[in-house]
Structure formats: structure tokens, C-alpha cells
Design a protein around this ligand. Structure first.
Ligand SMILES: CC1=C(/C=C/C(C)=C/C=C/C(C)=C/C=O)C(C)(C)CCC1
Ligand SMILES: [Fe+2]
Length: 291
């Protein structure tokens, strides 16, 4: 485990409060089009870049010192992402169910250094089950827009996954001597947020103002990028390349309504990139503990 991951105070503990205030403001704007646009812009600027350190992480932790090795890494990364997109095309409901499950695991990493793997899984299940359990009527059309039409079982399962997540999370918190303020405060805020906010506004607040900045600051610390200028320079090439790739895929969706295009671009991009991102973390994080 790296030193940053085990430190008791995670970075960006309070930014989430600001994100929630912003999401509440967003709720006051009439019409859903603003929300979809806000989602796409916030994810592109604040969310997506947190994965862009992956090229540097791979260079450092997997010792990719030559250009061919780095190129092979990028090709493998994109190939795995392409397989995920293929699954969305072939079997969108299965792809969505899998996405929710591995996202719960991935989001669990926000707290797992303190609450443990199971506590982390509980946190992820709690966070993602809340909007499904509290606002199924608002979530269902979003799932449909992603191509998943048989979402009944997913929505029916949500209260159960919420209960399991809540139990695992409570146990994790109970047993963690070094839990941080945000480890228990945020899950409580999630309840209120999932209750009052549109599920997409809820996602913006969590993803862009909690998950992404926290991951970004932790990885920047590991890579010893101390100034914002250094961090920006490190992130820019991969972020811009990802924008290019997503923009190149956009014309394939032109037969859909604009709202659906935005939703698919946002969530299927996240679904596709999260799989190779998680695989890299699985490879890289044990190496970080080496002296
Ligand atoms: C689609 C959708 C949801 C799930 C989103 C997920 C699962 C996002 C995962 C993103 C990841 C894993 C990013 C990586 O850093 C919600 C919020 C439950 C409800 C609204 C519609
Ligand atoms: Fe992430």
C-alpha cells in the first residue's frame, strides 16, 4: 500500500459540499437539457482527466521506458475499452449491470485504504443503489437511453443491494480506527442528495467533486507532481487524446436524440475506460508498496 493511500486524511474532503450546492443550483434550472449539457461538460473537464494520469502511472509502475512498450500499453488499454463498448452494443443490459457492479468496487477505492475492501464495496453499493432505490422512475429512462431496456430486475434489486451496502459500510466504519470525517459524513449526505437531486445532478456532485479530485490528488502525490502547472502538463496530452477519440465515435450515434447521444457518450466512455483503468491499478498498486 502506498503512503498516500494509508494516510488517515484523504484529500478533497470538503469539495463535495461545494459540488452538492452546485447540484442543488442546477436543480433550480428548468428543463432537462441544461442538466445533460452540464453533465457532459463537468465530466469532460472535471471527471475524465482523473484517468489521464494512467499513462504516467504505467510508465512509472510498469517500467515502460521504451516507446514500443508505451505504445503497446496504449493499444492494450484501448483494446480492452473497445471490448467493453462491444459488450454495450451486443448486450446493453448485461453491460449496464456489470458497469454498476465494477463501478461500486472502483468507487469503493475512495475509502478502502481506511475501511478495507469490503467496507469499500459497501460504500460503492450504497452510493450507487441510493438513486436507483429512491428515484427508480427518474433512473429508468436514463438506463433506457443507454440502450438497456430490461432494467426491471436491476431496479428491483436496488433496495437489497442498498441494504447489503449499508451493512458492509457500517461494519467497515465500525472497525476502522483511522476513519476520516468524510468516510461517514458523505454516505449520510448521499441519502439526502439521492432523495432531492435528479440522479444525474447527484452523479455530477459525487463524481466531479469527490471521486475525481480525490483520485487526482492522490495519484499526483504518488507521481510527485506538486504544482498545478506540472499536473496540468502531465494530464493534458492523454485528456486531449481521449476527447479526440470520443469525438471520433460521436458521429456513430447521430441517429439518436441529442440527450441520448450525450448520455451514451458520457457513460459508455466511462464504462469503457474504467475497466483498463482498474486493471492497471490492480497491477500498479502492489508495486507502489515496494521500497
Ligand atoms: C448511469 C447512471 C448511474 C451510474 C453511473 C455510474 C455507474 C458511473 C460510473 C462511473 C465510473 C466508474 C467512473 C470512473 O472513474 C447512476 C448515478 C446510478 C444513476 C443515473 C444513471
Ligand atoms: Fe475513477
Amino acid at each position: 500500500m502506498n503512503t498516500s493511500a494509508t494516510s488517515t486524511r484523504p484529500p478533497a474532503q470538503h469539495l463535495f459540499l461545494f459540488g452538492l450546492a452546485l447540484a442543488l443550483g442546477l436543480a433550480a434550472v428548468p428543463g432537462e437539457a441544461t442538466l445533460y449539457l452540464a453533465l457532459a461538460i463537468a465530466v469532460a473537464i472535471l471527471g475524465l482527466p482523473h484517468g489521464s494520469f494512467d499513462t504516467l502511472v504505467a510508465k512509472k509502475e510498469l517500467s515502460l521506458h521504451s516507446l514500443p512498450r508505451l505504445a503497446a500499453f496504449i493499444v492494450a488499454y484501448l483494446f480492452i475499452g473497445a471490448l467493453v463498448v462491444l459488450l454495450w452494443v451486443q448486450a446493453p443490459t448485461t453491460a449496464l449491470a456489470a458497469f454498476l457492479l465494477y463501478s461500486a468496487l472502483h468507487f469503493g477505492d475512495d475509502v478502502a485504504p481506511r475501511l478495507g475492501r469490503l467496507g469499500g464495496l459497501g460504500y460503492g453499493l450504497w452510493l450507487l443503489s441510493l438513486p436507483l432505490a429512491l428515484q427508480p422512475a427518474a433512473v429508468e429512462p436514463i438506463f433506457n437511453a443507454l440502450g438497456a431496456m430490461h432494467t426491471g430486475p436491476l431496479l428491483t434489486a436496488a433496495p437489497f443491494t442498498l441494504a447489503i451496502g449499508g451493512a458492509l459500510l457500517t461494519l467497515g466504519l465500525w472497525r476502522a480506527p483511522n476513519r476520516a470525517l468524510s468516510d461517514w459524513r458523505d454516505p449520510l449526505l448521499f441519502i439526502a442528495a439521492a432523495w432531492v437531486l435528479h440522479p444525474l445532478a447527484y452523479f455530477i456532485a459525487y463524481f466531479c467533486f469527490l471521486h475525481s479530485p480525490r483520485h487526482l490528488l492522490l495519484v499526483a502525490r504518488d507521481l510527485e507532481l506538486t504544482t498545478w502547472r506540472e499536473r496540468f502538463k502531465a494530464l493534458a496530452p492523454t485528456t486531449l487524446a481521449t476527447y479526440g477519440l470520443v469525438a471520433a465515435c460521436a458521429p456513430l450515434l447521430l441517429s439518436l436524440p441529442t440527450d441520448d447521444i450525450l448520455l451514451r457518450l458520457v457513460f459508455i466512455t466511462l464504462a469503457a475506460l474504467t475497466v483498463p483503468h482498474m486493471l492497471l491499478e490492480m497491477l500498479a498498486s502492489p508495486r507502489r508498496s515496494l521500497p
